[in-house]
Design a protein around this ligand. Structure first.
Ligand code: CS2
Ligand code: MG
Length: 395
């Protein structure tokens, strides 16, 4: 089902013969209809008659049994089925999913959220407000002098949403040099303001060349960032060799990856410190726990993507995995538009900057179909970025 409580979500409902309902998230921001069609037209007919108990075999059937493998749409659709089947198994056994994954290895899962301000004083205000909510890990993003729009910040607004409604993507103008002049100054002011203890994160959103990324990482070393995220476009993994040669700033990458094949070389080669693969976008709990287990062997930590554009069902799955897997280090918790809580009733909780899964059976998130119907889907897109000369840049 497609619904738009403040932003678009795709939700999968799986019902067993004995009436147990499992919910899965399948949201791919700006490509919602594609994944909805993949589920409705290509997966739903295959699920009829399968045994809902056989989560792993269903995963293998939908992944290995299909000639055209991988990719964001396919893997999000498989992820949605996987989430729904774990939800069903938990409900059938009357246990929260983290128990089925082996139980807790930590009492609570560290969370970080986004501080955003167009100017540095606005950003510092946002940082202070987030600290008051108990967070000890914060991602800081700000505007860049000379640019009208920048990833992660909404001018004249304190909340940020990456997608905007409309039939076409908004075009933003990007200037890497302006960003590289400003980001170190802005982050130094944040570090000065918060002192040494706060875990400070920053996202470069795939925009730099390897040498630009190396320079930024080196310049930021004195600020002791918790991590610097997505410095270079994720496809070119060799770029990270060069970045690593020049900086000890910890690197996080992986929100656009969708299988273990996308991150295995980075993990084994120890080219990153945190793998950010999203629990739903990479085939669900069944697959991402394998990424976590591989990462754990190499002291790489799991830090799943958790923006507002994956639904609370994915957030819950991340919390169940993170609390029960040794690799689970930190969970992104961007937060949701207000209306989301009318549609998704969650049992996980955010307490003093940490997430806890709650004891409800399954994933612990109920989807209210009637409420959802009150928020019809509206086409929305992520922006695109162009350089000052008009050529496309990585957004
Ligand atoms: C991001 C996302 O959360 C993050 O770190 O990079 O906000 C990303 O831009 C969106 O998920 C895109 O849909
Ligand atoms: Mg990111």
């Amino acid at each position: 089902m497609l619904t738009s409580p403040g932003r678009n979500y795709v939700t999968l409902k799986v019902t067993t013969d004995d009436g147990i309902v499992g919910w899965g998230d399948a949201t791919v921001n700006g490509r919602e209809l594609a994944v909805a069609s993949y589920l409705r037209d290509h997966i739903a007919p295959l699920l009829v008659g399968l045994d809902a108990d056989r989560i792993e075999d269903t995963w293998q059937y939908l992944y290995r049994g299909v000639y055209w493998r991988r990719g964001p749409i396919t893997m999000a659709a498989i992820g949605a089925v996987d989430l729904a089947l774990w939800d069903i198994k938990g409900k059938a056994l009357n246990q929260p999913v983290y128990q089925l994954l082996g139980g807790k290895v930590r009492d609570r899962l560290l969370a970080y959220t986004h501080a955003t301000g167009w100017s540095t004083p606005e950003l510092l205000e946002s940082v202070d407000a987030i600290r008051e909510r108990g967070f000890t890990a914060i991602r800081a993003q700000s505007g860049v002098p000379g640019l009208d729009s920048v990833y992660g910040v909404q001018r004249h607004r304190d909340a940020y949403e990456p997608a905007s409604r409309g039939a076409k993507p908004v075009v933003e103008v990007w200037d890497t040099e302006a960003y590289l002049r400003h980001a170190p100054v802005m982050l130094a002011e944040v570090r000065d303001h918060v002192g040494p203890e706060l875990k400070l994160l920053h996202d470069a959103h795939h925009r730099l060349t390897p040498i630009e990324a190396a320079r930024l990482g080196k310049e930021l070393e004195p600020l002791r960032l918790f991590w610097l995220e997505d410095v270079t476009p994720a496809e070119n993994q060799q770029a990270l060799d060069l970045v690593r040669q020049h900086t000890t700033t910890p690197l996080a990458i992986g929100e656009v990856f969708n299988t273990i094949w996308d991150c295995k070389d980075l993990i084994i080669g120890q080219k990153i410190d945190y793998v950010r693969t999203c629990v739903m976008h990479a085939g669900g709990i069944s697959h991402v726990r394998r990424i976590f287990d591989l990462a754990n062997l190499y002291q790489v930590k799991g830090a799943p993507h958790g923006p507002s554009d994956v639904s609370p069902l994915t957030m819950a799955a991340s919390v169940h995995l993170g609390i029960s897997n040794p690799a689970g280090a930190i969970q992104e918790y961007m937060g949701y538009p207000r209306e989301v809580s009318e549609v998704f009733h969650v049992s996980y909780e955010l307490v003093d900057g940490y997430l806890v899964p709650g004891e409800a059976p399954g994933l612990g998130v109920e989807f209210d179909e009637q409420a959802a119907a009150g928020f019809p889907f509206e086409s929305a897109y992520l922006p695109v970025a162009r350089d000052r000369d008009g050529s496309m840049h990585d957004w």
